[in-house]
Design a protein. Structure first.
Length: 94
């Protein structure tokens, strides 16, 4: 079995490679995401990448307060744990 697998997420004109490592105990492949809060990443259209666990969004469901509950988060596939925020207030200005 390989040590790592790579998945390429493509959203909003940007591609992001994410490595996965196999966890022997759980027998699952675990994706290793970058920390988008300390390493900001934007698509060519100026939209920020976010984790579903990001909790600073005022537009998220007030009960859960994370991007995973927000309709502005664009994910490549349902169930993904990362995506791109499409709200105009968070678009990078030049």
């Amino acid at each position: 079995m390989p040590d790592k697998k790579i998945r390429i997420y493509t959203i909003d004109g940007d591609s992001l490679s994410v490595a996965s490592v196999y966890d022997e105990e759980s027998r699952l492949w675990i994706e290793e995401y970058i920390d988008f809060e300390t390493t900001e990443r934007y698509t060519p259209l100026g939209r920020p990448w976010r984790s579903v666990t990001y909790e600073r969004c005022v537009y998220a469901d007030p009960v859960y307060r994370d991007c995973g509950t927000c309709g502005y988060l664009i994910k490549e596939q349902q169930g993904d744990l990362i995506g791109v925020c499409s709200h105009p207030d968070f678009k990078k200005r030049e």
